[in-house]
Design a protein around this ligand. Structure first.
Ligand SMILES: [Zn+2]
Length: 261
């Protein structure tokens, strides 16, 4: 598959997710918004756009660039030990999800990384746009982190592409402001991260934002004891500083990692 069709597929999933979850929010809204979408969306969309442009400039062929190097040079575990394609794909996707869970924990525990990650956490409401609202330098850090693991494990082109699409789509799902029927939600969260589970991670209270780090499988939070089933606090989300408009102003968000709060 060439890079342009790959980009088109990824963009289509992003666009479908955005429309689907924003549309569902009209009928199954979970929480009242603190601000209108008009106040939040311009900065969120421009941040998403800047992130996309930075990655494209830095790495025109995307993360698969590293997968191709690993495969050509025969490095990485999956290139050294051949197993069948389907098993490799499933193991790779589960492993990538675990690595993303750890990356997320690190962005909270290492202060330098948190300075960037708090841009994502400063949003005072959650919806599908919050899922991709990251500081461009955090996105660069994320690319470097993933590149390291791709070289180490030799993940295939297909595994990376499928995982990135799933991650993108699931992040939009679990950040969306939709409520699911409670029985369905209970069944879903046995395996997957639901919006009602992830929103606890966006609590203004640290004892709650240090929980529910997962993006796809809820398994990791259960295994590593970071799972929290419901809010104990009042459920205010965002960060304690900047309450008002600043967390939705582009320039404020771009300089937030260097802003004393
Ligand atoms: Zn976080």
């Amino acid at each position: 598959m060439n890079i342009e069709s790959e980009r088109l597929i990824r963009f289509s999933f992003f666009f479908m997710g955005l429309i689907l979850f924003s549309f569902l929010e009209l009928f199954f809204q979970y929480r009242n918004r603190t601000l209108s979408r008009r106040s939040r969306w311009p900065a969120n969309f421009v941040m998403i756009l800047i992130g996309g442009i930075v990655v494209k400039l830095l790495l025109p062929s995307g993360l698969v660039f590293f997968s191709e190097i690993a495969s050509r040079r025969g490095i990485g575990l999956f290139n050294l030990f051949q197993i069948n394609f389907a098993s490799e794909l499933v193991i790779s996707i589960i492993l990538l999800d675990l690595l993303i869970y750890f990356q997320h924990v690190l962005t909270h525990k290492i202060n330098f990384l948190w300075q960037f990650h708090r841009v994502h956490h400063a949003d005072t409401d959650l919806d599908a746009t919050s899922a991709l609202r990251f500081h461009p330098l955090e996105i660069v850090g994320s690319v470097i982190y993933k590149a390291f693991w791709i070289m180490l494990f030799g993940f295939s082109y297909e595994a990376i592409l499928i995982f990135e699409i799933i991650l993108n789509f699931m992040a939009m799902f679990n950040h969306s402001n939709i409520t699911l029927p409670s029985k369905l939600e209970k069944v879903l969260r046995v395996l997957f991260v639901t919006p009602q589970m992830h929103i606890i991670h966006h609590s203004i209270e640290k004892y709650e934002s240090d929980r529910n780090y997962g993006f796809n499988l809820s398994l990791w939070d259960r295994i590593f004891k970071t799972y929290k089933s419901r809010f104990e606090s009042e459920g205010i989300i965002g960060q304690a500083y900047y309450r008002g408009q600043k967390e939705h102003q582009l320039w404020e968000l771009l300089k937030l990692p260097w802003t004393k709060v």
